[in-house]
Design a protein around this ligand. Structure first.
Ligand code: ARG
Length: 453
């Protein structure tokens, strides 16, 4: 039987190797920069350990960091290659360091396992990705805010059960969705806080007989704190991926509902909104068609991300303590979930920005029934108890007549109603969120640049 030589094992069946390596040679390219950063912190810490015979000297650590900087630069240009024999990014980086630095390259993995190494890579990658996702989320919310404020109080029939219900406005519709989307930042922030913990130094999950300074790598890498228990640190792999997928699944469900409203309101029979032609797709047989495929796919992708979250939790729930290779598959799940969600945020921002309002169609939809509650409330103002006023109107629906929708919309002035909407709230929230995102991305970049120079 033909076998292949790898750094960890020089007799492995090629089919088994292929199966166990899976998509890592492709997926791990996304981790390369973060792997270099984590290794730079580890080697720096190793060089500072007080030992009779240092594992690596400070000078050697500086040489390793410089080489890691070169490898990270290659990775940033998309020119980092992982071979099947490497198995993953970790071994590829060690191979490259050894090719360049000889024995020094063979020392960098002292006191470390790929288990804590990949866990730290994923967390650094995830922190960066969550912040970028948040910026994209805020951009979509801002586009909805602009769409809403530009349309202002153009009256829109508010619906419940899809049936005409009460006077609303385009502004209320758009900023209501914007607020729901902005609220999803809470879930992403919770996932961020979980990702912001350092597992490095837990090694294979049980520590090592070396005086590792785990606080030091936490500081160098810019994590909020260290995961104290080494076994716990290894168990935490997969948990933050699942937490992020749960935030993403919920966000996608929110986006899917927005997409669904846009599909309905741009149907020819309803026609409140118009989607730009260039964002609609045609039919191969029906020449008249302009279909909202892009929005339909938002719905299907929401289902997919929910599936990815389910897959992550299913993968984890029965896994025994300590590292198991199952965890490798978590990587694909969360990377896929991130990719789908981020693409969806970007495409929706574009479609919302291009969407227009057909004011005449919005106004034409106001049937007398839409004013029924307002009529009953006017009776209350004249002294009739609510339930009597309600029955009065309910028993004589034929007496209802068309009213001025602008007046009805303006008359609801309490907080958050059509006439009491403060759209500056959304601008302020968007501005503050972006500031927080920018500051944290800058801090992460600064830590990375300091380690890889
Ligand atoms: N590619 C592996 C993963 O993502 C790296 C860790 C391998 N560790 C091991 N004990 N086989 O999980």
């Amino acid at each position: 039987m033909k076998t292949k030589k790898t750094i960890t094992d020089n007799r492995i069946d090629p089919d088994v190797l292929k199966y166990t390596v899976g998509d890592d040679p492709v997926l791990d390219r996304e981790l390369a920069v973060w792997d270099c950063m984590g290794t730079a912190a580890h080697v720096t810490m190793l060089s500072e350990m007080k030992l009779k015979r240092p594992v690596v000297t400070k000078k050697e650590a500086a040489a390793v960091r410089k080489e890691l900087g070169r490898i990270a630069a290659l990775a940033e240009k998309g020119r980092f290659e992982i071979r099947v024999e490497d198995q993953d990014v970790h071994m590829a980086v060690e191979r490259m360091l050894t090719e360049k630095l000889g024995d020094l390259g063979k020392k960098i993995h002292t006191g470390r396992s790929r288990n804590d190494q990949v866990a730290v890579d994923v967390r650094l990658h995830m922190k960066d990705a969550i912040l970028r996702t948040e910026a994209e989320l805020v951009e979509l919310a801002s586009q909805l805010g602009t769409f809403g404020t530009e349309a202002g109080m153009i009256p829109l029939v508010g619906r419940t059960h899809l049936q005409p219900a009460m006077p609303s406005s385009v502004e209320m519709w758009a900023t209501g969705h914007a607020e729901m989307i902005l609220d999803q930042l809470e879930n992403l922030e919770a996932a961020y806080r979980l990702a912001d913990l350092n597992p490095l130094g837990s090694a294979a999950g049980y520590g090592v007989p070396l005086p590792l300074d785990r606080q030091r790598t936490t500081k160098l890498l810019g994590f909020s704190r260290t995961i104290h228990n080494c076994f716990g640190a290894s168990m935490a792999r997969g948990e933050c991926e699942a937490a992020l997928l749960s935030a993403l699944a919920q966000l996608m469900a929110v986006l899917s509902r927005l997409a669904e409203d846009m599909i309905l309101y741009s149907m020819p029979e309803i026609g409140y909104f118009k989607l730009p032609r260039e964002y609609c797709t045609g039919s191969s047989i029906m020449p008249q068609k302009f279909n909202p495929d892009v929005l339909e796919l938002v719905r299907s992708k929401a289902a997919q991300v929910l599936g990815l979250q389910t897959a992550a939790l299913s993968l984890l729930h029965a896994m025994p303590g300590g590292y198991n290779r199952d965890l490798q598959d978590c990587k694909w799940l969360y990377m896929k979930g991130l990719d789908i969600t981020r693409t969806t945020l970007r495409i929706l921002a574009k479609v919302v920005a291009g969407m227009s309002v057909d004011e005449a169609r919005c106004r034409a939809a106001f049937t007398p029934g839409v004013f029924a509650t307002d009529v009953a409330l006017r009776k209350v103002a004249e002294g009739t108890p609510w339930r009597d006023a309600y029955h009065d109107v309910r028993d004589h629906l034929e007496r209802l007549s068309g009213e001025d929708p602008d007046r009805a919309v303006a008359a609801k002035t309490h907080e958050g109603a059509t006439g009491g909407l403060d759209t500056r709230i959304y601008l302020r929230r968007a501005r503050e969120s972006l500031k927080g995102v920018g500051e944290r991305l800058a801090a992460l970049n600064k830590a990375k640049a300091a380690l890889l120079k």
